[in-house]
Design a protein around this ligand. Structure first.
Ligand SMILES: Nc1nc2c(ncn2[C@@H]2O[C@H](COP(=O)(O)OP(=O)(O)O)[C@@H](O)[C@H]2O)c(=O)[nH]1
Ligand SMILES: [Mg+2]
Length: 253
């Protein structure tokens, strides 16, 4: 089994991408399942084969420990890590080739708690990859792009697994896509755009200093624009995943 975690900021499109990825693997003849790791999910655009809501009920946690919704989510996410071996056994029991693992809506509940990195490092699988979703609608200015790029580095460091970065909801910013991709492919273009955006402001100086650091750690941002509505970019996403999971071989039935 290969594990594909789908992470990203709240509302970036993790759950919808999970459903579309499962469908696209099934279409290629691979056995794929969706796993829901979000204890707070109310409605999901897919039927999870394995669902953490079977292990913990948010409402009972709130009542029993007198917690608000945020406290209960954190408790529940950490609790799930303690039940991981059972959840893993359930995933293994499906016999799936690909487990597409949807993570909690509020990103920090998963990525910045030890339980998230525990699950990513302990999932028993052949290969694993984290798709990090950068919401295109939040990335339409150069300084926002720099801030998102930093977030992806932070998540890479936090989860310690190979990462594929996708620009989600790109259908919603069609007129901006070329410009955003130009910024992500050239440090010089991004630096120029930042200057035009910020002039001599303190924020510009800060952003360009960050850029300098980014160029040092390698500005290989390689972001893949996708849309889970039009399915644009899915071929590129699927090749990027195959490169990591199967060394480049596409699935055949
Ligand atoms: N236009 C458009 N809407 C999207 C796309 N992906 C997700 N959405 C919508 O954005 C909202 C949040 O998506 P969801 O998958 O629940 O985000 P999550 O919180 O990251 O799981 C939903 O209304 C989705 O239908 C996309 O690629 N294009
Ligand atoms: Mg979700």
């Amino acid at each position: 089994m290969n594990a594909i975690f789908v992470a990203g900021t709240a509302g970036a499109g993790k759950s919808l991408l999970t459903s579309k990825l499962v469908a696209s693997y099934l279409e290629k003849g691979a056995n794929a399942i969706a796993v829901n790791l979000d204890p707070g999910a109310i409605q999901l655009p897919y039927t999870p084969a394995v669902d953490v809501r079977d292990y913990v009920d948010l409402k009972s946690v709130m009542e029993r420990y007198e917690l608000g919704p945020n406290g209960a989510l954190i408790f529940a996410a950490d609790y799930i890590a303690t039940r991981w071996s059972e959840i893993q056994a359930e995933i293994d029991g499906t016999g799936a080739d690909y487990a597409i693992i949807d993570t909690p809506g509020q990103m920090e509940v998963f990525t910045y708690r030890n339980s998230g990195s525990f699950i990513v490092s302990n999932v028993a699988c052949e290969q694993k990859v984290v798709i990090f979703l950068v919401d295109a609608t939040l990335t339409t200015t150069p300084s926002n792009l720099v801030s998102m790029a930093f977030l992806t580095y932070s998540i890479r460091l936090r989860l310690g697994a190979p990462q594929v970065v996708a620009l989600s909801k790109s259908d919603m910013v069609e007129d901006k896509i070329d410009e955003i991709l130009n910024w992500t492919s050239s440090l010089t273009a991004l630096e120029k755009a930042l200057r035009e955006e910020g002039g001599d402001s303190e924020n510009y100086v800060f952003a360009s200093n960050i850029l300098r650091v980014m160029s040092k750690i390698g500005f290989a941002y390689g972001i893949i624009p996708i849309s889970s509505v039009t399915l644009d970019g899915f071929t590129n996403l699927s090749s990027a995943l195959s490169r990591i999971l199967t060394g480049g071989e596409e699935i055949v039935d």
